[in-house]
Design a protein around this ligand. Structure first.
Ligand code: 4NP
Length: 143
C-alpha cells in the first residue's frame, strides 16, 4: 500500500487489508517520499481506524525500496501521482506491472484517486476510509 507520505492513506489501507485478508499474506505500506520516515500515522488516520476497530498506531512510516518491487506481488498506489512515481522507482521493467491504482479494484478501469486528506479535516479521513474499505473488499472478493 503506497501513498506519498505513508502517514495518512496507506497506513489505513494496510490496517484495513490486515483486518480482512488471509493471515498468510504479507501486507505492508510505504511512501514514495521519505518525508515522514519513522513517524507514526497521522492522528486523524489513527482515530478513524480506531473508530472502525482497527489499530494502526504501531506503524512507522518508511520510503518504498527497490526490494519492495521484488518481494511483493502487488503494489497498490493511492493516486496517479503515486502510481507514476512507483513506475519511476521500479528497479526493472518486469516489475512495473505489479503497480496498480487501488480504486480500480472497486471502480475497474476508471482510474479514480484516493484523495490526499493531509491538509483537510477529519471528514476527509472518513471519506478515505470508506473508499479504501470498498476497494479492499472488492479486491478480496475477487481473490
Ligand atoms: P499521505 O498524505 O500521502 O496519504 O500520507 C500526506 C502526508 C504528508 C504530506 C502529503 C500527503 N506532506 O506533504 O507532508
Amino acid at each position: 500500500m503506497v501513498c506519498l507520505g505513508n502517514i495518512c492513506r496507506s497506513p489505513l489501507a494496510q490496517g484495513i487489508m490486515e483486518k480482512y485478508a488471509p493471515n498468510e499474506w504479507t501486507i505492508d505500506s510505504a511512501g514514495t517520499s521519505g518525508w515522514h520516515a519513522s513517524e507514526r500515522p497521522d492522528t486523524r488516520s489513527i482515530l478513524i481506524a480506531k473508530q472502525r476497530g482497527i489499530t494502526i498506531d504501531h506503524q512507522h512510516s518508511r520510503q518504498v525500496t527497490a526490494e519492495d518491487f521484488e518481494f511483493f506481488d502487488i503494489i497498490f498506489a493511492m493516486d496517479s501521482s503515486n502510481h507514476s512515481n512507483l513506475i519511476q522507482l521500479a528497479p526493472e521493467e518486469s516489475v512495473k506491472n505489479k503497480v496498480r491504482l487501488i480504486l480500480n479494484e472497486s471502480y475497474p478501469g476508471e482510474n479514480r484517486q484516493v484523495p490526499d486528506p493531509y491538509t483537510g479535516g477529519q471528514e476527509g479521513f472518513s471519506h478515505v476510509y470508506e473508499l479504501l474499505e470498498e476497494a479492499i473488499q472488492s479486491f478480496l472478493r475477487a481473490h
